[in-house]
Design a protein around this ligand. Structure first.
Ligand SMILES: Nc1ncnc2c1ncn2[C@@H]1O[C@H](COP(=O)(O)OP(=O)(O)OP(=O)(O)O)[C@@H](O)[C@H]1O
Ligand SMILES: [Mg+2]
Length: 490
């Protein structure tokens, strides 16, 4: 037998657990033709030593070849379990004496259930050269090694996913010390074991997106997709195909099958942002999906089963929308299973300094400069200000402030920056606007500044983004793009 015509990828490293010298010799000679590719890292005579080696050098072992009947210490199924515990991707091949009943499937099953990869019955003692039929034995080692590689890859990508989840959770932490925010965080934690539909409400910029993301990344669905659809940013006639997809040829122009967002979110979470903007026909279909767990794809007769957790958000009072006939009452109840309300900043002033310091530090470090100090009097101004744009507005204020390089930050500085951002609390004349913008500002920059102010003004006096887009005479997708460009949305 030669090793050259058998494919073995990387070198396979064995840990042998065997207390009989004779059997160790037989094992060595069985694998001898492949000694370059199959190496014995260590031979030990009992289970405790095996576990010690695995604890210390788990990365140097691919397969444990263990005798079932060894003297003393941990052995048999308990040893198999302990090995899998310490080194979950290391594979185990069990060798037993001939005295075992070879038709005993229960016995074999027990070993596999404990976590063994394979088991073989040693040759009778009068066969000196081999411990088991060499081809079978080598092939099993090769198969075990491949399984080891697969399991290792799987656990690596699992770890990567978990790291991603950790990062997401850290990036979207809901900061704040107020009782309201502490309760909110506690509710999010409680909901991590639940699949219940959640309706997140609150004014613009209060952190509804954060809440939705935390709900997903804390839940058991965290390794699956978190799919977001902004119901206000998609034209009415496209929303159903976005949500439910269509089959190839369902209508003229449907050249390819399109997967809807419900399918994309299968086993994960679908976040329906700005749910109040969902057109009535789509509301009917959404209700059906929630009730039946099935989607009706355009151009397909049979239903498609989906398992999707739904989180919806809105900055409107949905009950009012229901009363006005713009939102279906039955859908409202289906969505409002767990209501989460994110209060505006002015109702939780104790959060203002915390968030302020956080954004100041974070954005300064992004700009690679030291964070300026905020004077006590400035905090008073900050907490008195009504923050109509909530946390998003605060982020904008911090950003603008850091461009000015003031240190320390005084109450006057804060007032100036708030004035410059043109909040409704401080109406001013154009002359003031130009003067404060300084001289030498390019037309382009001035235009951007004007756009931003006008957008802010319209957004503040509209009850939703969809309404703001309408008033600005913009198609929703353009509106969203421009909001992003102007730093009004993330
Ligand atoms: N409690 C908080 N801690 C840290 N950051 C926050 C908090 N609340 C909001 N933010 C930040 O403020 C910004 C606005 O929050 P978010 O987008 O979640 O608001 P929203 O309620 O979804 O607003 P809209 O109704 O306009 O969609 C985001 O950048 C978010 O990260
Ligand atoms: Mg949002």
């Amino acid at each position: 037998m030669t090793g050259t015509n058998l494919f073995i990828g990387e070198t396979i490293h064995l840990l042998v657990v065997e207390d009989e010298e004779y059997d160790v010799r037989r094992l060595r000679s069985t694998i001898k033709p492949f000694e370059r590719q199959i190496r014995i890292t260590a031979v030990v005579s009992n289970g405790d030593e095996a576990l010690k080696i695995l604890t210390e050098r788990r990365h140097q072992i691919d397969i444990v070849v263990m005798d079932l009947q060894i003297a003393g210490g941990i052995m048999g199924e308990a040893l198999i379990r302990a090995i899998r515990q310490i080194a979950p991707t290391v594979q185990i091949i069990v060798m037993t004496k001939m005295t075992i009943n070879i038709t005993d499937f229960d016995f074999a099953n027990k070993l596999l259930r404990a976590g063994a990869f394979w088991y073989c019955t040693k040759y009778p003692a009068d066969i000196e050269e081999y411990i088991y039929q060499p081809t079978d034995f080598i092939l099993s080692l090769v198969n075990a090694s491949q399984r080891r590689m697969l399991e290792r890859e799987r656990s690596q990508s699992q770890r990567k996913l978990l790291r991603h989840v950790e990062e997401k959770l850290a990036q979207t932490r809901i900061l704040g010390v107020s009782e309201q925010i502490q309760n909110l965080r506690a509710q999010v934690k409680q909901l991590s074991v639940s699949d219940a539909t959640v309706l997140v409400t609150g004014a613009s910029g209060t952190g509804k997106d954060l809440v939705a993301q935390q709900l997903h990344y804390e839940s058991r669905r965290k390794l699956e997709n978190f799919v977001v659809i902004n119901c206000g940013s998609i034209p009415d006639d496209l929303i159903e195909s976005e949500l439910f997809g269509y089959e190839k040829g369902a209508f003229t122009g449907a050249q390819e099958r399109k997967m809807g967002l419900f399918e994309a979110a299968n086993h994960g979470t679908l976040f329906l942002d700005e749910i109040a903007e969902l057109p009535l026909p789509a509301q009917v279909k959404l209700l059906r999906v929630i009730q039946e767990g099935e989607i009706e794809k355009i151009g397909r007769t049979e239903q498609v089963k989906v398992d999707v957790r739904i989180i919806a958000a809105t900055n409107r009072i949905l009950q009012k929308e229901v009363a006005a006939g713009r939102f279906r009452e039955d859908l409202f109840y289906r969505l409002n299973v767990v209501p989460l309300y994110v209060p505006p900043l002015k109702d939780r002033p104790e959060d203002i300094p915390v968030l302020w310091e956080h954004f100041l530090r974070q954005m300064s470090s992004d700009m690679q400069k030291p964070a300026p100090e905020t004077q006590e009097s400035a905090f008073t101004t900050l907490t008195q200000y009504p923050w109509p744009g909530n946390v998003r507005e605060m982020k904008n204020v911090v950003q603008r402030l850091l461009l000015r390089d003031d240190n320390p930050i005084t109450a006057e500085v804060i007032q100036e920056v708030l004035l410059f951002l043109g909040t409704p609390a401080a109406p001013r004349s154009d002359a003031v606007f130009f003067r404060e913008s300084g001289t030498g500002v390019s037309l382009r920059e001035m235009e951007d500044e004007f756009r931003k102010k006008y957008f802010q003004y319209i957004r503040k006096s509209s009850s939703s983004d969809a309404e703001a887009a309408r008033r600005l005479g913009l198609a929703p997708p353009n509106y969203y793009r421009m909001c992003k460009q102007l730093g009004l949305k993330d």
